[in-house]
Design a protein around this ligand. Structure first.
Ligand code: FES
Length: 104
């Protein structure tokens, strides 16, 4: 599936993501270096914060409880905030667009 990534500079790029990868892994595998993903995807660092394009919020769904607590600690939380390591790429998300959140 395709994944559209908007960088912090506002540059939009389309990436190929393998199903089963997290959005965080797909972003990093495609050469974007803006996501630190310090904890490696185990939902404990919040450095993989993205905003989900509103057209995709229903398909992606909201954060889990622990994820939401982490997002609360971010100064940039929005209603469409998610930790990208907690979103799994699937064909249903083909064309998903995410915006990399500002650094805290
Ligand atoms: Fe650490 Fe997602 S990579 S919370």
């Amino acid at each position: 599936p395709k994944l559209i990534v908007v960088t912090r500079e506002g540059v939009e790029k389309t990436a190929e993501a393998d199903t089963g990868l997290s959005v965080m892994e797909a972003i990093r595998e495609n050469g974007f270096d803006e996501l630190l993903a310090l904890c490696g995807g185990c939902c404990s660092c919040a450095t993989c914060h993205v905003f989900v394009d509103e057209a995709w919020s229903d398909a992606v769904g909201g954060p889990g409880e622990d994820e939401n607590d982490l997002l609360d600690s971010s100064g940039h939380k929005q209603p469409n905030s998610r930790l990208s390591c907690q979103i799994e790429m699937s064909n249903a998300l083909d064309g998903l667009r995410v915006i990399i959140a500002p650094e805290d």
